[in-house]
Design a binder for this molecule. Structure first.
Ligand code: UDP
Ligand code: MG
Length: 163
């Protein structure tokens, strides 16, 4: 039941100075940071993260906007560990469209734009954060972003109560 999931704080989150606030939410919920770094990716890497599958689901234009966005500045990357971490972290992140994201979620509390607005402006939906969608994506993404030796194991002092 203990899983690992990949989280990116995207350019808007970093440049708005929200890294601390976003990170604190995961730490407060008891998730353990087992991998962490700041990375500047290139086009080739961006396309490995935002795969053909995204283009099939959302359209080639979305993949293009997103790869441009993600390579235009550094991102913060975490691997978070916890019980049902993949599902629980997605729940804390909220809906993809900030307009639909509930208050209390990261996207609902720190953004509000709609698909229509972003389509009009021909820009990516700036929703601060990426989190692996399911088990298969989490495995692929953790391997893509981190070498095995970059992931660490340790005990949090509150584990006696959070796990
Ligand atoms: N996105 C966008 N326009 C769309 C749909 C998605 O700009 O119409 C962006 C948005 O930033 C989203 C990312 O593409 O976070 C990846 O899309 P996905 O469907 O995987 O959503 P997520 O898993 O991030 O909620
Ligand atoms: Mg996704």
């Amino acid at each position: 039941m203990i899983e690992r999931t990949l989280v990116l704080i995207k350019k808007d989150g970093l440049e708005r100075g929200l890294v601390g606030k976003i990170t604190t939410r995961f730490e407060d919920a008891g998730f353990k940071i087992v991998g962490s770094k700041m990375v500047q990716v290139d086009e080739e890497f961006a396309k490995k993260h935002y795969t053909e599958d995204l283009a099939k689901r959302r359209g080639e234009h979305v993949r293009k906007y997103l790869t441009e966005f993600i390579k235009s500045g550094p991102v913060i990357v975490y691997v978070l560990e916890g019980v049902h971490a993949i599902e629980n972290v997605r729940k804390m992140v909220g809906e993809t469209e900030p307009r639909a994201a509930r208050p209390g979620t990261i996207r609902g509390d720190f953004a509000h734009v709609s698909y229509a607005h972003c389509d009009n402006k021909k820009q990516v939906v700036k929703n601060l954060i990426h989190a692996s969608a399911d088990k298969k994506d989490a495995e692929y993404e953790v391997k893509l972003w981190f070498k095995p030796e970059e992931l660490c194991s340790y005990k949090r002092v509150d584990e006696v109560h959070t796990l």
